[in-house]
Structures are given as structure tokens and as C-alpha cells.
Design a protein around this ligand. Structure first.
Ligand SMILES: [Zn+2]
Length: 308
């Protein structure tokens, strides 16, 4: 079921009422048809129509997430450490030793456990994830979660903003939780990547309909220009965790973890995992080259909360 909540168009970022259709006939995993509307003024792109909460809940089913057995495996932990190592190094450079970090959209808490093992105090929350019995993980949204203001040295927010119905208000709320001088690290898929240019509706990070927003660097800069006391201090276009797999899955969607888990009783068989990892390696050079041209599969921003 699709719910049409906007009869007339109004850009969620700049309020402009003019758009053009970037893409039509995007099929969701449930077989529904959506289009992408791009604001003529600020380039912010949104999925239309907005899916009903009920539709979204069906999309965030068990196969959306890694099973706790998978995320506990040695291979997964090793790969996760390798892929997130760069961000850990940056965190250690940017915030005090032992600093307090909040992970917005924490999933099953794998990232929180890694940062805790690296000497930070880590907390996390997620709206849809099945939260294991972990006192550092809470279930909720940025609007409902209860943390004091000005208490975090850093907030990490990987692949969250594209899911939000009101990104401006949600990011403002997150920035209130940061200490002055604190850092927010944001990563989202890049709608002006070469991957999107090539694969269009088959580009894996589109994730219709769970992705309601589709950002470019321009629209992200617009978003943070609206948020008081924020300054973008670093921009990147590559993620070890996302970039090669986004390209691999756009060309070979069979390897999609969600599809494989549906077929193999919520598990990703080891032999298939090895093939999938080898396929990802083939896409590394392309993912690195496109990122050098600022057209990588993701945009990663480091934003500092200024003193003003
Ligand atoms: Zn706009």
C-alpha cells in the first residue's frame, strides 16, 4: 500500500515548488512503482509517493539485518574492522581519548562494540533493528530517544539520513546532543555517483522505497547550511564497506545479502560469501577512481559543531 501525502510538491530542503522527474517506474522489492523527483533549485531528490509505515515495516523484515550468529563470526568481525578502520583512526584524531560516541541507526550494535573495544564510551539506538540484550543500545528514533543535550563528543550516522521523513529537524535534534566542538560523521549514498549514472533504476543504493531521500554533495551542503552552529570540515566519497559492494550488487543483484538470506534460511553460506567478496574486489579500482572525481558511491561528511 502506498500513501500519497504530498498532492503538491514542496522541496523538503529549500521549499521550492518546482521539480523534474529524475527517474520513473522504479520498482520496489514489493513490486510497487515509485519515481524520483529532483528539486530544480537545490537538487535535493526524493522518492515519490511516500510509502506507508506499514510498507516500510514489511521492508525492514528479518532478512534486512544480519543474524547475530553472522555478525559474531570471525570473518565478519575481521572484515568489519578492516572496512571501518579509517573512520576509527579519524575518530581518534578528532575527539578526546575515552570520548563519548553515539551511533544513530546502530542496527545490531556491531559498530558500537568496535568503538567500545577501542577505548571510547559508545551508545547507540535504532528504530527498526532487533536490539539484542545490550544496555548500550536503545530502540527508538532521534525524536523519541532520551539522551541529555551536549553530552556526546561524536555522533556517527551511517546511511540514516536517506531514511528520514524530516531530515532537517532530525539533524537539528542530533546536533543538540553534541558537545560544542563535537563531530558528527554522516555517510549517505551519492545520487550523482557514476554508479547511479550507469545503473539508474538498478543502482543498488537506491533501495526504493526505504530510501526517501537521495543526496548529492550540493544538497547535503544545503542541509547543513540550514543547521546553526555546524561546519563541514572534511568530505570523502569512498567507503570500504559500501562502495565496492554497491557496484557489485548493481551488476549482480543475486549476491544481495537480503535475497540470499531469504533463500538460505536467514544465513549467507560461506562459499557464496567468498565468491561475493571476490566480485567486490574486482570493483575496488573503479570505486576508488570515481571517488577521486567526487563521483563515488557514497558521500561522507565530517561536521563540527562550532562554538557560535
Ligand atoms: Zn530544493
Amino acid at each position: 500500500m502506498i500513501v500519497v501525502t504530498q498532492n503538491t510538491y514542496k522541496c523538503r530542503l529549500c521549499g521550492s515548488e518546482e521539480y523534474f522527474l529524475l527517474l520513473t517506474g522504479c520498482k520496489s522489492s514489493l513490486g510497487e512503482s515509485y519515481c524520483l523527483r529532483k528539486c530544480k533549485k537545490c537538487s535535493f531528490t526524493t522518492t515519490y509517493p511516500i510509502p506507508a509505515e506499514e510498507t516500510l515495516k514489511r521492508c525492514y523484515n528479518d532478512s534486512y539485518w544480519l543474524s547475530s550468529k553472522e555478525s559474531a563470526s570471525f570473518l565478519f568481525k575481521l572484515l568489519f574492522f578492516f572496512r571501518m578502520r579509517g573512520i576509527l583512526v579519524e575518530l581518534k584524531r578528532l575527539i578526546p581519548r575515552g570520548g563519548c560516541v553515539l551511533d544513530w541507526g546502530a542496527g545490531d550494535g556491531t559498530w558500537i562494540r568496535l568503538i567500545r573495544r577501542n577505548g571510547f564510551e559508545g551508545w547507540g539506538f535504532d528504530q527498526y533493528a532487533k536490539i539484542p540484550n545490550d544496555k548500550f543500545l536503545k530502540q527508538g528514533t532521534i525524536e523519541t530517544i532520551k539522551f541529555p543535550e551536549h553530552c556526546f563528543d561524536a555522533i556517527t550516522c551511517f546511511h540514516v539520513l536517506e531514511h528520514l521523513t524530516n531530515p532537517i529537524d532530525s539533524v537539528k535534534k542530533a546536533m543538540e546532543m553534541l558537545k560544542k566542538g563535537g563531530i558528527m560523521i554522516v555517510e549517505v549514498p551519492n545520487i550523482v555517483s557514476w554508479g547511479f549514472e550507469i545503473f539508474k533504476g538498478k543502482w543498488q543504493p537506491l533501495e526504493i522505497p526505504t530510501h526517501l531521500n537521495h543526496f548529492s554533495l550540493e544538497s547535503l551542503q544545503k542541509l547543513f547550511s540550514i543547521i546553526n552552529n555546524s561546519e563541514i570540515v572534511k568530505v570523502g566519497f569512498f567507503s570500504h564497506r559500501v562502495s565496492p559492494s554497491a557496484l557489485a550488487l548493481s551488476l549482480f543483484p543475486f549476491f544481495s545479502p537480503k535475497k540470499i538470506r531469504r533463500i538460505y534460511d536467514n544465513k549467507y553460506p560461506f562459499f557464496l560469501m567468498v565468491i561475493y567478496l571476490c566480485v567486490q574486489l574486482l570493483f575496488y579500482p573503479f570505486a576508488i577512481i570515481e571517488s577521486l572525481f567526487k563521483r563515488g558511491e557514497v558521500i561522507r561528511l565530517y561536521i563540527r559543531k562550532t562554538e557560535r
